[in-house]
Ligand binder design. Sequence first.
Ligand code: SAM
Ligand code: DTB
Ligand code: SF4
Length: 347
Amino acid sequence: MTAQDSCRTDWTRDEIAALFDLPFTELVFRAADVHRAHHAADEVQLCTLLSIKTGGCAEDCGYCAQSVKADAGIEATKLMDPRAVLQSAAQAKDAGSQRFCMGAAWRNPKDRDMPALVEIVQGVSAMGLETCMTLGMLTPKQAGMLADAGLDYYNHNIDTAPENYGEVITTRTFEDRLETLDHVRNAGINVCSGGIVGMGETRAHRVGFVHALATLPRHPESVPVNALVPIKGTVLGDMLADTPLAKIDDIEFVRTVAVARITMPLSMVRLSAGREAMSDATQALCFLAGANSIFTGDRLLTAANAGDDADAALFARLGLKPMTGEEPLRACAKAGAMETGAMEPAE
Ligand code: SAM
Ligand code: DTB
Ligand code: SF4
């Protein structure tokens, strides 16, 4: 039995709601305790994000600048040449990133895209970077091809509670999302799945969001928690511009991170989009509450990010250091494979 198997997947919504309701200091204390039991509390993983195919996406996700339904001034591009992606990955590695995440604005990749995607995964893996892709829905065959190429993680967010999904996206269903996550899991790729806080959802929706992730048959190895970046020309960006009070409260955001950490103790909890608009103090609270990964660099996919200088200053201010070792769940999966004889111990 691996350590992940001992992670509870039978959380009830009431239990998760009760965690959200704890006094803030008690909640953060508990989350920090869980975090320290499984992770190095002074280490945060540095990741770089690259948009390998931007804009013109057929889906209607209300938060996204890359949807054809948005009017956010994003020019649609073709899939990048693998050589250009590898060049970017080399720069990310030089800048100290451990993980390279590649996003494509697709409902799903076409079979004709697969050879280039396979070449990209093989090339980035060969540089010693952890690889993650997010390309939309996958067929079992496509998931298998990416697994064979050596893809470490596939990102496919559930984004919000099942009952709120239709308020945010209408061109696909929550069940479609779960189906792709199944294909990814069955192919043996680590699952990266999280969502967005601050889309005008209720506390109960945030409870439902964490509940949906923490009760998957296996916890995602990686859980990105994004704060909505309100982009002009998107449905949600425009809605928030009209109702500024709808912006997520920083303390409620930290609560969401803390509850994710407590309910999914071994997962990487990634403080993803939205850091640019967060104070150092809010980010520090997120790290205390168990977030242990960030995107570095001055761009996410289309939106601005905090930038390397700001992050170096933040790390110095907080006494944090970039993660260099392995992530607990991946180390754990390897240990499980060794126990069962599927893998030889390292020399
Ligand atoms: N097309 C793929 C898909 O949706 O599965 C991958 C790319 S998509 C941009 C990856 C994730 O980024 C989304 O699921 C969403 O959670 C997050 N995201 C997109 N736009 C965002 C925004 N404006 N603010 C915060 N998070 C955002
Ligand atoms: C995730 O959950 N957040 C990242 C990554 N997965 C691909 C993407 C954030 C995108 C923010 C908006 C933008 O740059 O357009
Ligand atoms: Fe397309 Fe992904 Fe943006 Fe949705 S989030 S519109 S699927 S790129």
